[in-house]
Write a protein that binds this ligand. Structure first.
Ligand code: FAD
Ligand code: FES
Length: 268
């Protein structure tokens, strides 16, 4: 399912600031000529869970980064310094140019979210570290459509925490510092259940969450982070095994995901 057409947009960094120890918020705006092209082609309307493939100066392959917010043509990214590419991205000052191919991939399930809005249901987000980035976009959009979004956010330590005030504007937010965020989820499940869980984070966290969701028969979706080449389904660099028909099948995280049902994932 390709939900909207991607564009390779020449953009400029409007602002870039540290929001946590190793994490930067980078806001990109289309360069003058690019906004006209985007408008004529029907505009760009990314959905939560989709990502941008960012060209980083001096680095051969683009780097995939989740869309953490989008409005008035401004693209919000939250970037954690992990290696050469993200280090360069975090060091670029306002005014620097780069190109962003977006929106790519499939978002969190829109029909299900619309149904939850209609029935007055609840969504929980569960994140580990920078995995919070796509969930901030999801929480904001879901809250706009009247859904209460409660969140469980895990960070390794205080210095790496970010985004919790934004989450609190959409519902309750429980924060785990240096522990297992899934312990908080299990505790809350003794009192209430959501209609859907949206998650993103390291594989061990997703594995623990998968076990919990199986035990409680909960609908859960996760955005998966995998090394990528092309980002558009052509090179198979991002191929991963998922459960299918009693066996397993390879799926391309960039084009078939990055959002999948958490129940289909083969996790450690
Ligand atoms: C769909 C998607 C969404 C993502 N969203 C974000 C985001 O919002 N913010 C953010 O900071 N990062 C995000 N990532 C991860 C980000 O793409 C990687 O951290 C980045 O590509 C690493 O590049 P580098 O040159 O800095 O590091 P490299 O030098 O290439 O690698 C440094 C370390 O990062 C690991 N790594 C490399 N690529 C990935 C990858 N794709 N996923 C996970 N680990 C990787 C390597 O194994 C290595 O340990 C996302 C990845 C995907 C696939
Ligand atoms: S990155 Fe090339 S197929 Fe996914």
């Amino acid at each position: 399912m390709r939900v909207n057409k991607p564009f390779d947009v020449p953009m400029e960094i409007c602002s870039s600031r540290w929001i946590a120890n190793e994490t930067r918020e980078i806001i990109l705006a289309p360069l003058d000529g690019a906004s006209g092209v985007m408008r004529r082609a029907g505009g760009i309307s990314p959905l939560p869970g989709q990502f941008a493939h960012i060209s980083v100066p001096g680095v051969f392959l683009r780097r995939p980064v989740s869309i953490a917010g989008y409005g008035d043509g401004l693209l919000r990214l939250l970037v954690r310094r992990a290696g050469r590419g993200t280090d360069i991205l975090c060091s670029l000052p306002a005014g620097s140019g780069l190109s962003a191919l977006f929106p790519l991939g499939n978002p969190f399930p829109q029909d299900k979210i619309a149904g939850i809005a209609r029935s007055g249901g609840r969504i929980w987000t569960v994140s580990g570290g920078i995995g919070l980035a796509p969930l901030l976009f999801l929480a904001a959009r879901a809250a706009e459509s009247g859904i209460r979004v409660d969140s469980f956010a895990g960070f390794t330590d205080e210095k790496n925490a970010f985004g919790t005030d934004e989450l609190k504007s959409c519902g309750q937010c429980a924060v785990s510092i240096g522990g297992f965020v899934t312990d908080l989820v299990e505790k809350e499940l003794e009192k209430s259940k959501p209609d859907m869980i949206a998650s993103c984070g390291p594989a061990p966290m997703l594995a623990a969450l998968q076990r919990i969701c199986r035990e409680h028969a909960l609908a859960a979706y996760a955005s998966f982070e995998e090394r990528m080449g092309c980002g558009i389904g052509a090179c198979l660099v991002c191929n991963c095994a998922f459960e299918a028909d009693g066996g397993f099948a390879y799926r391309r995280v960039c084009a078939d995901g990055p959002v999948f049902s958490l129940m289909e994932a083969k996790l450690p």
